[in-house]
Design a protein around this ligand. Sequence first.
Ligand code: HEM
Length: 157
Amino acid sequence: MITEAVSYGSDFLGLLVKAYKDSDMTKKLTIDEILMSMSMIINESLRLYSPFVSLNRKIDREVILGKLTVPATVNICIPTLALHNNTQIWGEDAHLFKPGSFAEGVAKATNKNPVAFLPFGLGRRTCVGMNFCDYRNKDCTLNDSAAIQNHSVTNLC
Ligand code: HEM
């Protein structure tokens, strides 16, 4: 009898798809759990390898920031990458790639300082492509993976 060899690839996504297809319900992952794992990996990648290393602003008019009075024309730099590597926020192992830190959301990962995670900026100038990127990152990763080449995403859902 000829049986079809099923390979999901040996990368991390391959392992996720294998778990999705697992007939053992104790090991099986749902599509939501796979997408959650991908979000954690994407967040951790954006934390350690943030394409925007800083956010810069020029002050138009005098502003009061807490105890500070900042005069007009001053340039302010918010060092995103430094914040993303701050050991007081992320722990002593801040330099390590640990997607699991995001398992319970950004607030928990940042030790209750969610604004310390700024890959897409914050406030009125937040990246307008943020949600698009989130969708495309997951879509491309799923479709590019060797694991998915024979198992289209539509088959997964
Ligand atoms: C991983 C990919 C991306 C990252 C990390 C990123 C990050 C950022 C950041 C940090 C800002 C704020 C800059 C600032 O405040 O000075 C920004 C602004 C912006 N981004 Fe993105 N971006 C990404 C992809 C995209 C895409 C795909 C689009 C368009 C489809 C886009 C469109 C914009 C626009 C139009 C702004 C300016 C918003 C404004 O000033 O009102 N970005 N992005």
